[in-house]
Unconditional design. Structure first.
Length: 448
């Protein structure tokens, strides 16, 4: 009987279930606070409050009501939800508790599983690094942004707007008080440069940045440093995607589009949007006027998204890299998937394929539902909204404020699942029973 209850307890306290429950709790609490009269000007329905809270907690950035419709108190609540959503409620909670209490073995194991690290010491060090780096980067970003905009706003207003923008950029949320009604940032090169830097740093992943710090220390101590396969994959895939997207944006919007813009403006604009379109959603483009090929390109790179252990979303760069490696292994008729001189475990290949397939399946279901609930919109508008919500990108062709109530709830669920991951959602509710795997006789089927 005791073993039965221990098994039930271990199932309930699975990392996936804890993440889901924590995210749901903070989202509902945030929605209730935003719904209160002291948080907004005028009328605000509960569905719009829930939509906004979900969008900020999942660091998406889609809004059905503008930021200016919230009071200063409401804007502070949005800032809090955005920060919690970017770093993760569970991560911050465990870190704060660990400062004052000795954590039990179960909690340490769960932390290791959630951060995908083998030991509590490694997990604790990473948690400390995450919080420290976040505070330093956001404070530095706030100071630089405030220096850029200080002449345009009163002191405290400019300081708050700068802090909000820095947190939004680092957490890859993509909301700012500097944007216009079409969510277009002004063409201010210093502002765009610091925004792109913050987005890039947040989307690269804390594990990679921690390795980079170790690398700098090894250079100082004149020691040999070995980069992990994870860091190599993240860096190479990220650079490849940003380079490819920059070239395509430059070709589609400036060469083929014949906009007449200067070369330096076109290049900087293309690089900026290539970085921010992966997860953050900041843009200098007017999305409804973009070429269809450009819109489709944004959907692809947003679907891939940022890297594991980062503030961004998407299926992640490593998943995409494993997917390409599996295709290469199939074409070359290799029995094992290899990357950069290492063999990848079959379990990880299966997981990558499951994440990719389930994500596409959920987006297809979302598009299907929106085509039913939202009449009068083009297919590209509906598809872009679904991809943007699932990838937590936050860009839109303009249909978000006009969604029906059912459409808003559909997007709410999609943003939520996009943030936690469709595979995490399924694994959180599976029954974890220890049983031996049986090996059945092998038989082949016809493919293709």
């Amino acid at each position: 009987m005791r073993n039965y209850f221990l098994e039930k307890k271990s199932i309930f306290y699975s990392p996936g279930r804890i993440i889901i429950c924590a995210l749901m709790a903070i989202t509902v609490l945030g929605a209730l606070l935003l719904w209160m009269p002291f948080s907004h000007h005028g009328e605000l329905s509960f569905v719009n409050a829930l939509f906004t809270a979900t969008s900020l907690t999942t660091v998406t950035g889609l809004l059905t009501v503008p930021l200016q419709s919230f009071t200063f108190t409401g804007q502070c609540i949005l800032l809090f939800l955005m920060q919690i959503g970017g770093l993760g409620l569970v991560t911050l909670t465990i870190f704060l508790i660990s400062l004052f209490f000795e954590l039990r073995l179960t909690t340490r194991n769960l932390t290791g599983e959630m951060l995908e690290l083998e030991s509590w010491n490694a997990s604790h060090n990473l948690l400390l690094f995450i919080v420290s780096m976040t505070l330093i980067v956001e404070a530095t970003g706030t100071g630089i942004i405030f220096f850029i905009v200080k002449d345009q706003y009163p002191f405290f207003t400019g300081l708050f707007y700068s802090f909000f923008h820095a947190v939004s950029a680092f957490t890859n949320t993509g909301l700012s008080f500097f944007e216009n009604s079409q969510k277009i940032l002004p063409y201010n090169i210093p502002l765009l440069a610091i925004t792109a830097a913050l987005v890039f740093m947040g989307g690269l992943g804390f594990i990679v940045w921690q390795e980079f710090i170790f690398y700098l220390q090894s250079l100082k101590e004149e020691k040999h440093f070995h980069w992990s396969l994870h860091a190599k994959l993240v860096l190479s895939t990220t650079i490849l995607i940003i380079s490819f997207a920059s070239c395509m944006f430059f070709y589609l919007e400036y060469i083929r589009g014949n906009t007449g813009s200067s070369l330096i403006y076109a290049l900087l604009n293309s690089i900026f949007n290539a970085i921010t379109s992966r997860s953050a959603g900041f843009t200098t483009f007017n999305v409804p006027t973009l070429h269809f090929a450009t819109v489709f390109l944004i959907m692809i790179i947003a679907f891939i998204g940022s890297s594991p252990g980062s503030t961004g979303s998407g299926i992640k760069t490593t998943t995409f890299a494993l997917f390409l490696a599996a295709i290469r292994a199939t074409i070359t008729r290799r029995s094992m998937v290899e990357l950069k001189g290492r063999t990848i475990a079959n379990e990880q290949i299966f997981k990558a394929m499951a994440v990719l397939s389930l994500s596409l399946a959920w987006i297809a279901l979302t598009v299907f539902c929106l085509l039913i609930t939202e009449q009068g919109w083009r297919f590209i508008d509906i598809s872009f909204e679904a991809f943007s919500a699932f990838s937590n990108l936050g860009l839109s062709t303009g249909i978000t404020p006009y969604l029906s109530t059912l459409g808003k709830y559909t997007i709410i669920v999609t943003m939520f699942i996009g943030r936690i991951g469709s595979l995490t959602l399924l694994l959180a509710f599976r029954k974890q029973k220890d049983k031996k795997e049986l090996q059945y006789p092998e038989e082949r089927v016809i493919i293709g």
